[in-house]
Design a protein around this ligand. Structure first.
Ligand code: ZN
Length: 274
């Protein structure tokens, strides 16, 4: 299995002692952070510097907020300059940190239009104890369950002020992100395309690693995580068609190579990741 990493990787010590993070600079204005059990991406126009506005894409579990903040501060950024939070989908490991990071300030929280109802709590598409308990014997499951439970995985955060961004329309935010609807993992799962960087933030539509997986490189999450497995597989084609040369997943390290190659590789894992 091909596994290509991007740029110089360095470990950043956050002020949340229980969560390890690895920050990878993709371009001067795109930094992917692989958190212990969930990742996020920081976007700036040009290199990060004190006082620069920044966009956060995904925010980890509720207990990851300090680690997210620490990863931005390690780049010289301040929480007060957070311009917007974009999320790929409404699962707790991607929206959990949003409320604490926004802290009641007037910071827009956006996802794709088809995912807004999930963020509002009008629909739920979560994996729960019923899915996990029969699988506790699986590779990596028990320590993962302990870790994520300690960081708020059983919460159901609602973000009633979240808005929807229309598919394919660039946002006037640091990084110029463009939403790409990729339904399947959730009904409105949204990747974020960064054409200037040649990168695609893939969330959970395509990942490169997970505590429950023995593989590294492009792959899909285990089947019980997806609301619509057939839709998830179809969305791999959308990722492949994006033309991106770097993929920034919600779980695992960045991957460098043609998106079409990554999508094919991920589709091949679907049988073994059920
Ligand atoms: Zn996830």
């Amino acid at each position: 299995m091909v596994n290509r990493t991007v740029g110089a990787r360095r470990t950043v010590t956050s002020d949340a002692p229980m969560i390890s993070t690895v920050t990878t600079p993709v371009t001067s204005g795109v930094h992917h952070v692989e958190g212990q059990a969930a990742g996020w991406t920081i976007l700036t126009d040009g290199a990060p510097r004190r006082g620069a506005a920044w966009t956060l894409v995904d925010a980890g579990y509720p207990g990851y907020a300090a680690a997210v903040r620490g990863s931005a501060e390690a780049l010289g950024l301040r929480l007060a300059d957070l311009a917007a939070v974009l999320v790929t989908h409404g699962h707790v490991d991607h929206v959990g940190g949003v409320a604490e990071l926004v802290g009641g300030r007037d910071v827009p929280v956006l996802t794709g239009e088809a995912e807004v109802a999930h963020l509002h709590g009008e629909v739920t598409e979560n994996t729960g104890p019923r899915d996990l308990l029969p699988r506790l014997h699986r590779h990596g499951m028990l320590p993962w369950v302990v870790h994520v439970s300690r960081h708020g995985a059983t919460a159901h955060p609602r973000l009633p002020a979240a808005g929807g961004a229309p598919d394919g329309v660039p946002l006037d935010l640091p990084g110029r992100p463009v939403p790409l609807t990729t339904p399947g993992h959730t009904s409105g799962h949204t990747c974020w395309h960064l054409p200037d960087a040649g990168a695609l933030i893939t969330g959970d539509a395509l990942v490169t690693g997970h505590a429950l997986s023995r593989d590294t490189g492009p792959q899909v999450l285990p089947g019980f995580f997806h609301a619509d497995r057939a839709g998830m597989l179809a969305s791999l084609d959308l990722i492949g068609d994006s033309g991106a040369g770097t993929l920034l997943p919600g779980h695992g390290a960045p991957w460098h190579g043609p998106a079409a190659e990554a999508a094919e590789q991920a589709a091949r894992t679907a049988q073994s990741h059920l």
